[in-house]
Design a protein around this ligand. Structure first.
Ligand SMILES: Cc1cc2nc3c(=O)[nH]c(=O)nc-3n(C[C@H](O)[C@H](O)[C@H](O)COP(=O)(O)OP(=O)(O)OC[C@H]3O[C@@H](n4cnc5c(N)ncnc54)[C@H](O)[C@@H]3O)c2cc1C
Length: 364
């Protein structure tokens, strides 16, 4: 078992704060799996100002980690070096508004859903089934029952690694559908180039999939690009080597404008982090699209699963009605809403968070 190197007296060298700070703090009791080592230093800021002040004075070289409700974390037995931030009491306020909810990063997803329901707001029902905090939900774009944070988040307040407090619109957060830059793995044969890392099976499938270099590329949301095109009979074709899901998530505002969508869906996965065929179909179904055609694209020899991927065309159902949610979602339908307070985005070093806003509406 490797233990993260500890610097004797490290905690005494750290900036003062109003909240709590503890050296060699066991993290296992916080995690769902009750396992893992200790944080070299665990800090629990009193509020966002406290956190910002601490980070602004914390030397750059000190590693910083953020934990939420630890429902999606396994801490290594050797523990975490540097400072681990846990947002607690000062970050758990939940304030319903007329058309949304502002929730602190430490507020639990289920509690936010309950507050939304009590305020007779709709849109955040899906949070009721997700363990974890709003901070974790924003960082990971948590989702369930066809809903996810990317689709309901209005804005989020963050504290950066240098202690700057910023309010970011949802589009500025890295939901993997952000505006900004990404690294693409360029293959010998360009049809295999992808933002997702390749799995070993790719080389076995075709040696020309070999990655020969990485390039930095600009990325944008389809929502923004689409705004520049004349409205009318648009059809969307996506062939992004496993990155279809992210493209669609960046099209949440314009997807209903398309008459149809065609994309390549994997049976055998050549890339890491790619969604499964049935997940893609369910995602499109939730948005009112029906399969109109499926055609095999690539074949792999010597395996029972002979098709690597299928070209799946989906048409927008002519008179698509909102889909029936599953029973659990139905029970709380007509209630929840959204605006969220306290979060960090996956947009790099944001720590602690403050308000984020999710547009919502009253159901009656
Ligand atoms: C039984 C079970 C069921 C689950 N079901 C679902 C599901 O249906 N849908 C789903 O999406 N997920 C699900 N999850 C995964 C997980 O619970 C969620 O994704 C949740 O949003 C994680 O939040 P957390 O507060 O526990 O984050 P943690 O596990 O503490 O952290 C997860 C990540 O978020 C980062 N993070 C946490 N808080 C912050 C913050 N304030 N600022 C910046 N970064 C932060 C951490 O650094 C880490 O990278 C499930 C997990 C379990 C155990």
């Amino acid at each position: 078992m490797m233990t993260a190197p500890r610097i004797p007296g490290f905690v005494e060298t750290l900036p003062k704060l109003r909240g709590r700070i503890q050296a060699d703090a066991p993290l296992a009791p916080f995690t769902w799996f009750r396992a893992g080592g200790a944080a070299e230093v665990l800090m629990r800021p009193a509020d966002a100002d406290d956190l910002a002040g601490f980070l602004s004075r914390l030397p750059n070289e000190v590693p910083v980690h953020v934990i939420g409700a630890c429902s999606n974390l396994i801490v290594r037995d050797g523990g975490l070096p540097g400072v681990t931030i846990r947002l607690a009491r000062g970050f758990s306020t939940i304030s319903p508004e007329t058309d949304g909810i502002v929730a602190g990063a430490a507020a639990l997803d289920v509690t936010v859903a309950e507050h939304a329901a009590a305020a007779e707001l709709t849109g955040l029902e899906f949070l009721s089934g997700i363990p974890g905090s709003i901070g974790g939900a924003v960082a990971m774009n948590a989702g369930a029952y066809g809903g996810d944070l990317a689709n309901v988040l209005d804005w989020a307040e963050i504290v950066t690694r240098t202690g700057e407090r910023r309010r970011l619109a949802a589009a500025e957060l890295a939901f993997a559908i952000d505006v900004g830059v990404a690294e693409i793995n360029v293959s010998e044969s360009s049809v295999f180039s992808s933002i997702h890392p390749q799995l070993p099976v790719a080389a076995a499938f075709n040696p020309e999939s070999r990655v020969i270099r990485r390039e930095t590329i600009r990325i944008a949301r389809l929502d923004e690009v689409f705004a520049e095109f004349p409205k009318g009979r648009a059809f969307l074709k996506i062939d992004t080597q496993g990155y279809e899901q992210q493209v669609l998530m960046g099209a949440s505002g314009c997807i209903s404008e398309f008459l149809g969508v065609q994309m390549e869906l994997p049976i055998i996965h050549l890339y890491e982090g790619t969604w499964r065929f049935q997940e893609a179909v369910a995602y499109m179904d939730e948005r009112g699209f029906e399969i109109s055609n499926i055609a095999p694209v690539k074949h792999q020899r010597n395996t029972r699963r002979s098709h690597v991927e299928h070209r799946c065309s989906q048409s927008r159902a002519a008179h698509a009605q909102p889909r029936q949610k599953n029973k659990r979602a139905q029970q709380s339908a007509g209630n929840a809403a959204g605006s969220i307070r306290g979060v960090d985005p996956a947009s790099g070093p944001g720590y602690g968070h403050n308000p984020a806003r999710l547009p919502s509406h009253r159901d009656r």
